[in-house]
Design a protein around this ligand. Sequence first.
Ligand SMILES: O=C1C[C@@](O)(C(=O)O)C[C@@H](O)[C@@H]1O
Length: 152
Amino acid sequence: MDSSDGRTILVVNGPNLNLLGTREPATYGSATLADVERDAEAAATRHGVACRFVQSNHVGELIDAIHEARDDCSGIVINAGGYTHTSVALRDAIAAVALPTIEVHISNVHKREDFRHHSYLSAVCEAVIVGAGIHGYVLAIDHLAQRLSEQS
Ligand SMILES: O=C1C[C@@](O)(C(=O)O)C[C@@H](O)[C@@H]1O
């Protein structure tokens, strides 16, 4: 077994997050999805845990990845993009797998349009990190890793 000792965190990015870096930079900054994944990987490595990444623009693919996390993951970090505000099915998937899940948003959704103020996911997530930019993913990994180390 590697240094992650079987502890893997699934990092899920939803629709349009593949366009980070060019998409509405005034709102989301200039970092790319590759930058997000590099920082998350580095944070995980610092804690001796592993990461698996998925990005999809299709809700079914996100749900399948969440279901598969039951097999080998100890937690989930998810930025569901616009599905956050629309998808009961995604919420049900998170509730179904019952893994500790952290919801992340790069922007402070509460400073934005009213339709972004409601999340279908928050009530089934352990914590929500909004408005910290891409550092939010690192904060989420730090939190999950600490939680895992307290369990072991
Ligand atoms: O796609 C996104 C990105 C987002 O999740 C964020 O990271 O700030 C906020 C959502 O409202 C939006 O639809």
